[in-house]
Design a protein around this ligand. Sequence first.
Ligand SMILES: *[C@@H]1O[C@H](CO)[C@@H](O)[C@H](O)[C@H]1NC(C)=O
Ligand SMILES: *[C@@H]1O[C@H](CO)[C@@H](O)[C@H](O)[C@H]1NC(C)=O
Ligand SMILES: *[C@@H]1O[C@H](CO)[C@@H](O)[C@H](O)[C@H]1NC(C)=O
Length: 449
Amino acid sequence: MRGLLNLAIATAATFITTSLSAPIVVNPGGIKDLEITYHNTVNSTAATKEGGISISTAIKEDGISILDTADPLKISLVNNFEGGQMYAYVTGQDPSGAIVMLSTDGSWHFPDPLGSVIPIAINASVALPLGATGQTTELTLPDYLSSGRVWIAEGTLSFFTVAGADGKATLVEPSSANPSDPSAAINWGFVELTNTKEAGIFANISFVDFVGLVVGMTLTLGSGETQTVKGLAKGAIESICNDLKTQAASDGQPWDDMCVLDTEGNPLRIQSPNLYIANNPSAMEDYYNDYIEQVWSKYANEDLIINTQTDAGNVACRTTDSRISCDGDNREYPKPTTADIWGCNSGPFAIHADDNAIHKAVVPRLCAAFTRTTLLTDGGNTQPGLARNSYYQSSPTNHYSRIVHSYETDGRGYAFSYDDVNPDNENEAGVVSGVNPTVLELHVGGFSS
Ligand SMILES: *[C@@H]1O[C@H](CO)[C@@H](O)[C@H](O)[C@H]1NC(C)=O
Ligand SMILES: *[C@@H]1O[C@H](CO)[C@@H](O)[C@H](O)[C@H]1NC(C)=O
Ligand SMILES: *[C@@H]1O[C@H](CO)[C@@H](O)[C@H](O)[C@H]1NC(C)=O
């Protein structure tokens, strides 16, 4: 009787899970379907001249460049993707803060909505065709670039521009969060980069929001030094979706629904839990609750040591009823919710500009410890401390991060925003950086070997 009852409950639970959850299938729309958010925009910060012409544009029009780009950055695109015609797009802000896209003629295009508060499609020549599979295409950036992305797509993408509240131009980019985005049915991915004269280049591959078209990268610096982040293995999207399905079957959580399908039902991209819950706010709301309670009771009676990896060294933290406080910190932290842990930027993890150095060091380390669920593991009372093979071993954990990392050829590539928190000799983040960069080589579709 008891066995039967359990079976009935199990069946009911399965039924509820499957009936509530639904796979996301792309359904590309038009301008009215655009979602304009922090994640898919770059805003111009350039001073505007009277008449709405940005200073940068004026410089270009006068044909005078005040910028010293004696050693322009080359982007070399190695096409290892087996599919249709590939295109690259380069977006970001130039040194004046104006939004830019690289044109096929090698100059910046400055998108200008001409004051329109309705988004306007950018129809300039900004789709940069790649050579066929096996070929390498070279681009040269005309200037330094901030908040930059190099987009790679099988087919063409749609970019828009719109006037912000301050009248300055906003660049609206394809969105991985919006299944009705005009570019939703296209297979695309990007590498993020900032390259300034003073600080040099920082480029990363990131799966913080989603997993899309696979790209790996090698940076060469003027010194001759090279750095490589191989990124995901070829075919990783399908494998990750399969593993998410297996995880969903084992814990009843909607991991499989984070997999976004094309109109034929094939996996196209994968949303991170943070992105997924933005559209499904009631999903997995209580996921980490028991874990959070256990962490709170453990560290009421013993120190949680945060190694700030700065001059401040180790600081001791203790929990009270609903807060955690750390020695030398300017303020306490409220207990996180599950959503706070997915995003690492709300609740206890929201950083204020006037927070002190200890607070700014604790936030990433505490969120990384929750994401990787190492706080109850032996040795987890020092963070960071445990080696990467201890990450994601408890239940619950962030199975998206666990599975994404398992398909990274060299284990590197941000699977949540603080994957750059590591014990001193390890690195889970997919970053290359340095001064005087000469070539950023992107392996589209993954490294061939
Ligand atoms: C750009 O501005 C829009 C509002 O015009 C805002 O919604 C968006 O978050 C801003 N993007 C960034 C990256 O700050
Ligand atoms: C770009 O679109 C505008 C309308 O938004 C049109 O007037 C213009 O001719 C188009 N330019 C090109 C090069 O297609
Ligand atoms: C990746 O690099 C860009 C540009 O340097 C930066 O804005 C972004 O925060 C980085 N992403 C992560 C997850 O660190």
